[in-house]
Design a protein around this ligand. Sequence first.
Ligand SMILES: Nc1nc2c(ncn2[C@@H]2O[C@H](COP(=O)(O)OP(=O)(O)OP(=O)(O)O)[C@@H](O)[C@H]2O)c(=O)[nH]1
Ligand SMILES: [Mg+2]
Length: 387
Amino acid sequence: MAESNFVDYVKIFCRSGKGGRGSAHLRHDKYIPNGGPDGGDGGHGGSVILKGNRNYWTLLHLRYQRHAFAGNGGNGGSNKCFGGDGSDVIIEVPCGTVAYNAETGEYLCDITHDGQQEVLLQGGRGGLGNWHFRTPTRQAPRFAQPGEPAQEMMVVLELKLLADVGLVGFPNAGKSTLLSAISAARPKIANYPFTTLEPNLGIVSYRDGKSFVMADIPGIIEGASEGRGLGLRFLRHIERNSLLLFMVPADSESIRHEYEVLLGELTRFNQELLDKSRILAITKCDLIDEELQKMLEVELPEDVPHVFISGVSGFGLQLLKDVLWSELDSESNKIEADWLSERIVHRARTAEEIRNEFQAMGDDDIGYDFSPEEYESAEDSEMELEE
Ligand SMILES: Nc1nc2c(ncn2[C@@H]2O[C@H](COP(=O)(O)OP(=O)(O)OP(=O)(O)O)[C@@H](O)[C@H]2O)c(=O)[nH]1
Ligand SMILES: [Mg+2]
């Protein structure tokens, strides 16, 4: 995956800014020897923020970004001077990005629309200066509040494509052929397994100017959940789809068996995928005649609607679009941005899983290979209470 432009997984070490400390200054001026406390407050530290940007399609621009450090708040000064606020760091990501804590696997947030901002790490508040602590009985407080410390976290950003229909099938099932037949996308098509190595999106136009997005993902094989083939890494791209289109070639040994294997692999990946609507497409129907089609029809799985299609001859494609649309349009699948994100349940990941995925991608070098202390500057370490 090293040369690929499709980057859907990055790990970034984030740190928010710490708050500046308040000043404990006591005023001493000419002719004002005991001027009292006049220490100002410290500034707030900057936050680390994720922001949706629809002009990005992948996380490629973040591939070599190892850390995101927000600015520290400035310290308060004499004469009630406030410290400056630290600058925020805004990480721009494509819509469809989900953030996890890499150490615990905990789900943090989900960016689904353009301009949406989510705070990953809040900057520390600045400390109060001694001016706030003056009382009639303690007129010269020689202390002030320190600022709140910075927060650090290793964050994993995962892109989950926002598509309505996800294609699920073994390699060579004709997924890319279908996508190229009904959309303007031009994925690579060839007669060998794993032609498609990274997901492709296509916009399928339907009647009356309506359209929906279809995602072609690399083929799945039996044992994918144990890491065979390209593994299940790409399955996260169909986690958001409201509809899964299973594709099994007409010339396969047993359509029912292939369908069940695919379903089994998906279940092992994420149980929630079973709640999605499913449609079964029997592909490459130009290879069989009508009689054979009737015979096949008898032994198809009953719990899922099916359509016979051929991406090459165009047979059944209009019917397929009709079926897909009516399913997408039905109440249970209405995609409304507001509750879309609630409906998707992002499972928490285990740290182990995240590590394995990174290893599978041969991407260990983009990991956490420096000590955060290295970045502590000398100035930072003297943030003790000022007397
Ligand atoms: N006869 C016939 N051949 C087809 C049809 N659809 C696809 N093929 C052929 O099947 C082979 C595989 O097609 P692809 O579209 O690359 O299959 P895929 O599912 O995308 O495969 P991977 O990307 O490897 O997972 C190609 O040689 C296609 O020409 C069809 O409807 N009829
Ligand atoms: Mg393909």
